[in-house]
Design a protein around this ligand. Structure first.
Ligand code: SF4
Ligand code: SF4
Length: 120
């Protein structure tokens, strides 16, 4: 015996016609992102000592830290390759100075591979 005959399909189609969509219109829809979501990183250069722990512990080789100043007058810069980053949060956990944190920024796509290397 066939349980899902044409009548059942039509009634399901009619029911779904008046239901709220399960999807969200992008980019205009309001998306709920969890507070502890691991999106794009942010970096606080002021507290960075350049110890390199974040770079060493990154499993994807996605983060770079450079000192563009001198030993006595540091100008720390961080860059992230969004195409490589797996958003694991290991660098955030590794930093002894709390310089790195995850944001809820999820709009990271790009049409150009070069644009995936970003300054933090
Ligand atoms: S979140 Fe993970 S993959 Fe991305 S830079 Fe940090 S350690 Fe590397
Ligand atoms: S682990 Fe923290 S203090 Fe060390 S280089 Fe990375 S961001 Fe800077």
């Amino acid at each position: 015996m066939i349980k899902n005959g044409p009548g059942k399909i039509v009634s399901m189609a009619l029911k779904n016609l008046f239901m709220k969509p399960a999807t969200i219109e992008y980019p205009n829809g309001k998306l709920h992102i969890a507070d502890n979501y691991r999106g794009k990183l942010t970096y606080n250069a002021e507290n960075c000592t350049g110890c390199g722990l974040c770079v060493r512990n990154c499993p994807a080789g996605a983060i770079k830290i450079v000192n563009e100043g001198t030993k006595t007058d540091r100008k720390m810069k961080a860059s992230l390759n969004i195409g490589r980053c797996i958003f694991c949060g290991q660098c955030v956990d590794s930093c002894p100075r709390g310089c790195l944190s995850c944001t809820q920024n999820i709009t990271l796509s790009s049409l150009s591979k070069d644009e995936l290397e970003v300054q933090l």
